[in-house]
Design a protein around this ligand. Structure first.
Ligand code: FAD
Ligand code: SF4
Length: 520
């Protein structure tokens, strides 16, 4: 055999660089389902099922092209396999002249596979991942060109708009005259709620996916999450349908409501395309082009098209650049010296904090929560509580169907937990329960009061917000954008400070927040 082409579970792109020059008479594709990828963090059932179903459908697509594929299915029981061991076995059996692969997205996988192929003495060619608009080395060059100035999303995003010409006028100006329309894009739904929401398309499992669901239910019975409502796109055709449906029905209102929440409404106007993008079933260029074309055709307001495009052309490329230029040290960052445990109820949803309960239950049911739920509900609570960033990271990597480390880690450690000390953001995202209430959280039906920071009905976010400011006052004083929030500390008298500390301890101890717990 000439080339063994290694394809990972998040590389389901038939046009990937590893396939350039593929000759079915000389070459072979290798794919493997291994337990380690589901157990190195306690992966949720929906996440495991999505990857396995995506891989099995992709292998079939390649075989339909007439390409030979060695596909290792997950054993029902037996040894918990690793990718490196599986590849080792394949190298011994197939004896290829060379191994080819597209650059893996995760540091851990890249290290393990390159080391193992090296040890086997087989030449390895790692090709650039063309999926992204920007190569890692170009991101690194851009970061160096800043010459010590902070690496902020907003300026990176403008650079990406200039480089790609997306939403730019022929003379190089941003369409509409503004780079971003955030001011128009931060609306809550108001008292009446969102009204009739467009129903997103669902993709009922076919026979292959049903087999995977049954396997995951048996093999990973003790893992978190549910499979009853699994209906994610797992093929390119389904992913294209999901894209088309989003552009037509939800993109028009995406912009104004991208930060809004509403009880019992997991999807709102979000695209739910992250998993399809991260598994490479969709190309970000086609997603961005579809949104831009919809605006140019007058079907979508500019604020919505721009708000959506910024997430993909801006944030998605930016976090990948941060990940690859900061790893492996990034994983260890803990700028706030956080040392608390993640509450056990993050894995079950069993808490009487209504916003957390809703977000966690939705997460376990669907493997999905939208950005503001991740950042300003589960992420904010962990930040204010002071949970060890690596534990928060392991949770986010485990529970979401779109979770792959290159995108999850910077979002969790950097954006959400401020564990990188300000590399990604100029200040931590902190707020009281009032923010959650304003953005449509379920405060009206919660036994806690977002306006109170002391006493038995104090909202945990509000208590912990003040506690956070008190604990980190000297460190935060270095962040000019927090000056106004820190000045509010001066209004607290000694009794109030003691009340905050007492209530924060009760929350940390788990005496507040359990469904049956009496109010203290
Ligand atoms: P939409 O709201 O419709 O956004 C459109 C697309 O933009 C998304 O599909 C996604 O590809 C991209 N996008 C949006 N925000 C970001 C962002 N901050 N970083 C990178 N891409 C972005 N996203 C992941 O894809 N995988 C993760 O594991 C992940 N973990 C996160 C952890 C935390 C703590 C936070 C705060 C955010 C995380 N995100 C992650 C980013 C974001 O929350 C999800 O991409 C988004 O909620 C997915 O839902 P959607 O497809 O409906 O997105
Ligand atoms: Fe969440 Fe506090 Fe509102 Fe309850 S009162 S839903 S805990 S923000």
């Amino acid at each position: 055999m000439r080339h063994l082409v290694v394809v990972l579970g998040d590389q389901l792109d038939a046009e990937a660089s590893a396939f350039d020059g593929f000759d079915p008479d000389l070459d072979r594709v290798w794919m493997a389902e291994v337990a380690e990828e589901s157990t190195h963090v306690w992966s949720s059932k929906p996440r495991i099922a999505l990857f396995l179903a995506g891989m099995r459908h992709f292998a079939r697509r390649l075989r339909e092209r007439g390409w030979p594929v060695s596909y290792v299915e997950l054993a029902e029981d037996g040894e918990p396999g690793t990718l490196a061991n599986g590849l080792d076995r394949a190298l011994r059996e197939l004896r290829p002249e060379r191994v080819l692969m597209t650059a893996p997205g995760d540091w851990r996988v890249w290290k393990a596979l390159t080391a193992r192929v090296g040890a086997a003495g087989v030449p390895l060619e790692v090709r650039p991942d063309r999926h992204f608009h920007l190569q890692v080395r170009d991101f690194a060059t851009y970061a160096r060109s800043l010459d010590g100035r902070p690496l902020r999303l907003e300026f990176f995003y403008r650079e990406m708009r200039r480089r790609t010409g997306v939403l730019m006028t022929p003379d190089g100006q941003p369409e509409g005259g503004e780079w971003n329309y955030d001011k128009a894009n931060r609306r809550p739904f108001g008292r009446e709620g969102p009204g009739m929401l467009p129903e997103p398309p669902r993709f009922p499992p076919d026979a292959t996916t049903r087999e995977v669901l049954a396997l995951v239910a048996r093999r990973f019975a003790d893992h978190p999450g549910e499979l009853d409502e699994f209906s994610w796109p797992v093929t390119r055709a389904d992913a294209l349908h999901a894209l088309d449906d989003f552009i037509t029905h939800r993109l028009p209102a995406f912009g104004p409501y991208q930060d809004a929440m509403w009880p019992g409404q997991p999807w709102l106007y979000h695209s739910q395309l992250s998993a399809a993008l991260n598994l490479k079933l969709l190309d970000p260029r086609e997603v961005v082009a579809a949104a831009e074309q919809a605006w140019r055709a007058g079907r979508v307001p500019l604020a919505s098209a721009e708000g959506f495009i910024r997430q993909i052309l801006g944030w998605r490329e930016y976090v990948r650049g941060v990940y690859w230029t900061q790893m492996p040290g990034y994983l260890e960052r803990n700028a706030l010296a956080a040392d608390a445990d993640l509450p056990g109820w993050y894995w079950t949803g069993e808490t009487d904090f209504a916003c957390l309960r809703d977000t966690l239950r939705q997460t376990l049911r669907h493997g999905y929560a939208h950005h503001i739920q991740r950042l300003m509900v589960t992420g904010l609570f962990a930040l204010l509580l002071g949970v060890r960033p690596r534990e928060v990271h392991a949770w986010y990597l485990a529970v979401y169907v779109d979770a792959v480390e290159w995108v999850e880690l910077p979002n969790t450690l950097g954006m959400s937990q401020f564990a990188d000390g300000g590399l990604m953001g100029s200040k931590p995202y902190i707020a009281t329960g009032r923010y959650i209430e304003r953005m449509g959280g379920p405060c009206a039906g919660c036994r806690y009061d977002p306006g109170r920071f002391e006493g038995g009905t104090a909202c945990p976010f509000t208590t912990l917000y003040w506690d956070f400011l008190l604990r980190h006052a000297s460190l935060l004083a270095r962040q000019p954008r927090l000056a106004a929030q820190l000045r509010r500390l001066e209004t607290l008298d000694d009794a109030q400070r003691a009340g905050i500390a007492q209530r924060a301890t009760a929350i940390r101890d788990g005496r507040v927040g359990r469904p049956a717990a009496a109010s203290d």
